[in-house]
Design a binder for this molecule. Structure first.
Ligand SMILES: [Zn+2]
Length: 257
């Protein structure tokens, strides 16, 4: 599919707080509307958690601005949330469903429509501040994506491989420490796809095992014993390094303030 999402920003801003039923305002390049499936689109000024899911929230903001909104949610929100950010349109689309105290699921069918329609998609979610116990360095692993998050990144990469789409998909988790990016490399994606039906699917299986091991309290305690003066930023950098390979990429962008 070659459709491209485009957005008429000035017109859309006039829709703030209103239902974005004026389909021409949020449109695909071929004139079709950004899909309104099962719930209407609402344009919001800031990113917010939405566990009611009566509507789908859209926010017009740059990537750094949206991350700043998410950082404000870290300390106040009791649930997680997920968004697809479209860099070319500077648009954030809420794609979380089933928001619970310790997880959020992805509206997969809606996400597919976005992935099949936009050239670049950055997927964001966050781990709230309440996950991080003050002074407990073992909780630093929670700054990294969970095994379920990594599995989700692999499934999305496989979806792109199967559809033979070149969409540039990136995954990010925001925590009080900063942002961690995570996704299969192009080599890893191709290998995992080739192994998909193989009973010994080594790359994906080894990756998920490694994520669980590296995030474990056992590993964290050993790292802290070995480098007692390491800062939180250095430990998270090291964990990302331990989980990066030719098949998978994990990179930490610490908060600058
Ligand atoms: Zn997560």
């Amino acid at each position: 599919m070659s459709t491209r999402l485009v957005f008429a920003c000035a017109a859309a801003l006039s829709l703030l707080g209103q239902s974005a039923n004026a389909q021409a305002q949020i449109a695909l390049a071929n004139g079709a509307a950004l899909p309104q499936i099962s719930r209407p689109l609402i344009v919001d000024r800031t990113l917010a958690t939405n566990d009611q899911n009566a509507a789908r929230h859209i926010t017009l903001a740059g990537e750094d601005e949206g991350i700043a909104h998410i950082r404000r949610l870290l300390g106040t929100s009791t649930v997680e949330e997920q968004w697809a950010f479209l860099p070319d349109q500077r648009m954030w689309i809420e794609i979380g469903v089933g928001e619970d105290k310790a997880q959020v699921e992805t509206d997969v069918e809606y996400l597919k429509l976005i992935l099949f329609g936009a050239p670049r998609v950055h997927l964001y979610h966050f781990h709230p501040a309440r996950y991080f116990e003050p002074g407990v360095n073992a909780s630093l692993a929670l700054a990294l994506p969970s095994p379920a998050d990594v599995e989700s990144s692999v499934k999305i990469a496989m979806l792109m491989e199967e559809a033979n789409l070149a969409t540039d998909v990136r995954n990010y988790v925001v925590s009080p420490h900063g942002v961690v990016e995570y996704e299969p490399t192009s080599i890893g994606s191709a290998r995992m796809h080739a192994e998909a039906t193989h009973p010994r699917a080594f790359v994906a299986r080894d990756l998920l095992t490694l994520v669980t091991l590296r995030r474990s309290a056992f590993n964290l305690e050993r790292m802290l014993d070995a480098t007692p003066n390491a800062s939180a930023t250095e430990i998270i950098h090291e964990l990302c390094s331990q989980l990066s390979s030719e098949f998978y990429r994990m990179e930490f962008y610490p908060n600058v303030s």
